[in-house]
Design a protein around this ligand. Structure first.
Ligand code: SF4
Ligand code: SF4
Length: 143
């Protein structure tokens, strides 16, 4: 028993300048080296700052990357539009929450007592279908 408890409790120090948040996706070059974040050098004043400043900078870099990824997702979704389909609302299910109107990139939805879709504007992207919490929208062949 001569060694006591001295060997443990070493956690919590591994996130410093040399130990970035481990990311498995190699396309996300979040900071991995001291003095930089996401490949961008930190200002000289930050290199000696406490660990929390580095973590904040990492979070900011991740937010920027998230914006880029979301923009790519949005673009891909628009490209995935299925021609010849339009969204149709089941009035019996719709609660007029307005979510579909917010997500529609074509501004094809009006919500008052319920959601109404302008088939002339709808391009069948399906976002409203995916986001409606009532499962009240479906895609149909345009007539
Ligand atoms: S998201 Fe669904 S429930 Fe909400 S207004 Fe649109 S159709 Fe109605
Ligand atoms: S399918 Fe797309 S374009 Fe058509 S109403 Fe829904 S969100 Fe708008």
């Amino acid at each position: 028993m001569g060694r006591g408890m001295g060997g443990g409790m070493g956690m919590g120090r591994g996130m410093g300048a040399g130990g970035a948040i481990p990311l498995t996706d190699p396309t996300l070059p979040i900071a991995g080296q001291a003095g930089q974040v996401g490949g961008v050098p930190l200002p000289p004043a930050m290199t000696g700052e406490p660990e929390i400043e580095l973590l904040k900078a990492q979070a900011q870099a991740m937010e920027e990357q998230l914006k880029v990824v979301n923009a790519q997702i949005s673009q891909a979704e628009q490209q995935a539009t299925i021609p010849g389909l339009v969204a149709v609302v089941d009035e019996g299910k719709c609660t007029a929450c307005g979510i579909c109107r917010e997500v529609c990139p074509a501004r094809a939805i009006i919500v008052d007592q319920g959601a109404r879709i302008d088939p002339a504007k709808c391009d069948g992207c399906g976002r409203c279908v995916a986001d409606c919490p009532q499962d009240a929208i479906s895609l149909h062949k345009a007539v």
